[in-house]
Write a protein that binds this ligand. Structure first.
Ligand SMILES: [Zn+2]
Length: 403
């Protein structure tokens, strides 16, 4: 597996020599440009630009731009990214469901599949299904496996991104340190990138709805609570890939309430799905077993349920206020199943974040619900794969072996 990362895009100085990728990175935005413009933007000689454009056209990644083909037999003067040149797979595998899409290099969806499954069936069963589904989607969209350039996979637990192996995932028996890319690559010999679900949700939300934003936090509020952090346009995974694990930060109100991680007073033990059902049961003497019941009651206007959700928002806000001071995002997106509780959760979060964060950090801060919703993860998995395929390192490698 290539361990090259899209997030290292900025480090072009580490490349052996600037080649075709330097020209290509200017065309990645899809906007058509002439050789003269490319020469001006790169500072390269016209002849050098011409030969690099030629290489990129040989790779199929760049094509003459439709409107510019001259009728006089002169070579085309405008060039642009050719998004149909390759396809990638994005897969969002959750605890009980999976969503897979096949997209082109612009992220446009060509085919999709959805399946109910149990992550606890283990990696052989789940990834076996994924491999078969990738084959089906290629057939459906009349693409061959040679056109498949990369596969991005999101999993519902901690993942060591460098190796694609889940590490001690609490709800994924049989997956600990399993070589996910290795199994998938037995069927498809392409780069396979694996990350946790919250990180890919952050990428999906950013690319779908905040393309010009460089600093965004995606907060997933469900059974667990976690954050995907994009800072300076780069996904921040941390040294071991555990960055953004908000669920086990201690909250002031937490006291000695036990958490499944072994500590006490964690945010998740106060504001995660099961905690909310328990809190509402305590108020009403009810027998709810999961957070869906709480969401349903909030939606029907039940006062007790609204009170519980709003307090969860405040508890999340307590931790988030610290994050906002520390990281200074311009957008905080609230997603995950409990975000379906709508404005009441957001109101609680906003109440505390705006009161507790520094005025300068919140001056332009927006705290908003997820727009991508259930498709955030799968879109982000596709974005992760595309970023890898189009990264300077991948383009350099491809252009070195181009005919
Ligand atoms: Zn905990």
């Amino acid at each position: 597996m290539l361990k090259i990362e899209s997030e290292k895009q900025g480090r072009t100085s580490a490349l052996p020599a600037p080649g075709a990728s330097e020209v290509f990175q200017l065309l990645r935005d899809g906007q058509p440009r002439t050789r003269a413009e490319l020469a001006q933007l790169t500072g390269l000689a016209r002849s050098t630009v011409a030969s690099r454009v030629e290489t990129l056209m040989t790779l199929g990644l760049v094509a003459p731009y439709g409107g510019a083909v001259s009728t006089g037999g002169r070579p085309p003067s405008l060039f642009a990214l050719n998004p149909g040149a390759r396809v990638v797979i994005g897969a969002d595998i959750g605890a009980t469901h999976a969503l897979v899409i096949l997209t082109d290099l612009s992220g446009a969806e060509l085919a999709s599949a959805r399946q109910t499954l149990n992550i606890s069936d283990g990696p052989d069963a789940v990834l076996g299904w994924l491999v078969a589904t990738i084959g089906d989607l290629l057939v459906q969209s009349r693409r061959s496996s040679s056109e498949l350039a990369a596969i991005g996979i999101g999993l519902p637990g901690p993942v060591e991104h460098e190796t694609g192996r889940p590490i001690n995932p609490p709800i994924m028996p049989g997956w600990d340190r399993f070589d996910v890319p290795g199994l998938v690559q037995r069927s498809f010999a392409v780069p396979v990138l694996v990350d946790n679900d919250v990180n890919i949700m952050a990428l999906g939300e950013l690319s779908s709805n905040w393309p010009d934003t460089t600093d965004l936090m995606f907060i997933k509020v469900a059974t667990g609570i976690g954050a995907g952090i994009i800072s300076g346009s780069m996904l921040q995974r941390g040294a071991q890939g555990t960055a953004g694990d908000l669920g086990h930060v201690r909250v002031p109100r937490g006291g000695d309430i036990p958490c499944r991680c072994g500590n006490t007073g964690c945010l998740e033990a106060m504001a995660g799905g099961p905690a909310l059902a328990a809190a509402l049961n305590e108020l009403t003497g009810g027998t709810l077993t999961n957070s869906q019941g709480v969401i349903d009651l909030v939606r029907s206007g039940d006062g007790n349920a609204i009170q519980v959700i709003r307090q969860a928002g405040r508890d999340i806000g307590d931790v988030l206020a610290t994050c906002v001071n520390l990281i200074n995002p311009s957008v905080v997106v609230i997603g995950g199943s409990l975000a379906q509780a709508g404005e009441h959760l957001l109101a609680g979060i906003r109440e505390v974040v705006y009161r507790r964060s520094l005025p300068l950090a919140t001056e332009h801060l927006r705290i908003v619900p997820s727009v991508a919703g259930q498709s955030a993860g799968v879109r982000g998995a596709s974005v992760m794969a595309i970023s890898h395929v189009l990264s300077p390192e991948s383009i350099e490698t491809a252009s070195l072996i181009a005919p």
